[in-house]
Design a binder for this molecule. Structure first.
Ligand code: GRF
Length: 205
């Protein structure tokens, strides 16, 4: 069974969606470790309640981003991780990390990339007045929210939306999308041709 490692900085609701999907039998992977850069991250508590090793790595304890990432990589390798899932991990990752897991790191962003990468995507979406937003799961490369797109789900933006209400509506779809993409990856049903990524015919998100 594929071993995944999840990196999260905050409440970890996407991590929880992964645990729930494993529990219900729709996702056939094992979470080998959860790593956070924030000591108080709820994601670490969720990991422990699911008997998964929870590792807090303090960025302040390292001289630069590369050495921090090397320590993250060491933690992932120690737990035999084969696919890395960034689920609300609020740090930019560096080349040593990407080189250690080539095409084996995925991220979820609550916008329809390439629109609204980076911080505050919902605020950006409202400020631009778009009528549709959503969420994207993509492979991670060196640029922020830029790597090849694996799957997207759209969500309407309503006239009455605030940042919070839009975030909540998109989050529901994130919780469905991320476990599905991981399952497609785990069962070998994702194929890449350069920047274009395909999920085996007949299967839709
Ligand atoms: C999610 O909206 C995710 O897309 C973004 O950060 C948020 C994390 O939420 N990258 P959670 O920690 O999974 O609840």
């Amino acid at each position: 069974m594929l071993v995944i490692g999840v990196l999260a900085s905050g409440r970890g609701s996407n991590l929880q969606a992964i645990f729930d999907a494993i529990q219900s039998g729709t996702l056939n992977v094992r979470v080998g470790v959860v790593i956070s850069d924030k000591k108080e991250a709820e994601a670490l508590v969720r990991a422990k309640s699911n008997q998964v090793p929870a590792l807090f790595l303090d960025p302040h304890a390292y001289p630069d981003r590369e050495s921090y990432d090397q320590s993250v990589v060491a933690g992932l390798i120690a737990h035999r991780v084969e696919l890395v899932v960034l689920a609300g991990f609020m740090r930019l990752i560096t080349k040593p990390f990407i080189d250690a897991f080539p095409n084996k790191i995925i991220n979820i962003q609550p916008s329809l990339l390439p629109a609204f990468p980076g911080l505050h995507p919902h605020r950006q979406a409202l400020a631009h007045g778009v009528k549709v937003s959503g969420c994207t799961v993509h492979f991670v490369d060196l640029d922020v929210d830029h790597g090849p797109i694996i799957a997207q789900v759209s969500v309407p933006v309503l006239e009455t939306d605030t940042e919070a209400s839009l975030a909540d509506r998109i989050l529901v779809e994130e919780h469905r999308l991320l476990p599905r993409v991981i399952e497609y990856y785990a069962s070998g049903r994702i194929r890449s041709e350069g920047r274009r990524v395909f999920i085996e015919e007949g299967l839709s998100i």
